[in-house]
Ligand binder design. Sequence first.
Ligand SMILES: *Cc1c(COP(=O)(O)O)cnc(C)c1O
Length: 354
Amino acid sequence: MTKVHNFSAGPSILAESAFAKSVQDIQNFAGTGLSVLEVSHRGKQFEAVMAETENLVRELLGISQDYDVLFLQGGASTQFFQIPLNFLKQSAAYTDTGTWANRAIKEAQGYGEVNVLASSKDSNYTFIPKNYEIPSSVDYFHCTSNNTIYGTQIQQFPHCEVPLICDMSSDIFSRPIEANKFSLIYAGAQKNMGPAGVTLVIVRKDMYGRKANRHIPTMMDYKIHADNGSMYNTPPVFPILVSKYNLEWVKEIGGLTAMEKRNEEKASTLYTAIDNSPYFKGTTAIEDRSKMNVTFVFEKEHEGLAEKFDAACKEAQLSGLKGHRSVGGYRASLYNALPLDSVQALVNVMETFA
Ligand SMILES: *Cc1c(COP(=O)(O)O)cnc(C)c1O
């Protein structure tokens, strides 16, 4: 089989080793003679998988025992309402930096006052707003570290004295973070951690004392999941297993410092090609460019060439480059497992095409 270069925005490329190991476990899980898909999640073999996955998350991100690491379901989209359901008593502050941030704001509005501190909506989310102050009176501040659709990324998190909550769905494990700054981090797995079906939630234990005084369904209560080791109900066993293998690969590469270097090299290779090309241009403010999702369009006068370019991409086996409909053009997602070779293949097409 010839190699397909996978630039998909999500579900996205994962380490090849993760597939090989997962296939093995579908056939014969940890020597049980049974598939991982047909054994109890409470058996010792799967309990070991849970523990190892949690340890990998803690080790890679530098998460201390002040935090619980949870594997939940419902995607990042469920976190959009689970967070305000639990923690929005009076008011919360948000920044509006893209489609996902906007959805988080909409859900929070159902639970209390939402103070949108800054928005780049009027410019079609081409930049990350910076000069805003987070009021000390709000219950928490919510931001989105990487705007998957628009291709912008927070390079420096704001100073924040209230609990800092962040949607890191599309750049978690792509770079080291100062974990201690955050009170809650969440990420749908399918961008940079594993397959769809599991949501990583990292919550500082002091948040449990900040719960809003309203009925919280058991399944929406973080503490319940924490007290039960993410096994209050049946966890998404297979996505967790594949995530474990994918994170093992991240660790083998050298952890997040090495991963950041690798991701920076890929991103700068592609942005340089875009900036040097008379045909293409980036769609975002340069200082806010995402190293995960690179968005670009044809220069106006060359838009007529799109069909030819698309055909050349297809010919070179470049997959998943179509931009989101709200931006148009192209989006190359450069998640952890994407090799530099794939970026080089795209750059080659851009150059030979020119
Ligand atoms: C994809 C994405 C989401 C939505 O995730 P689901 O798991 O599909 O609910 C939310 N936030 C960001 C930043 C995303 O990239």
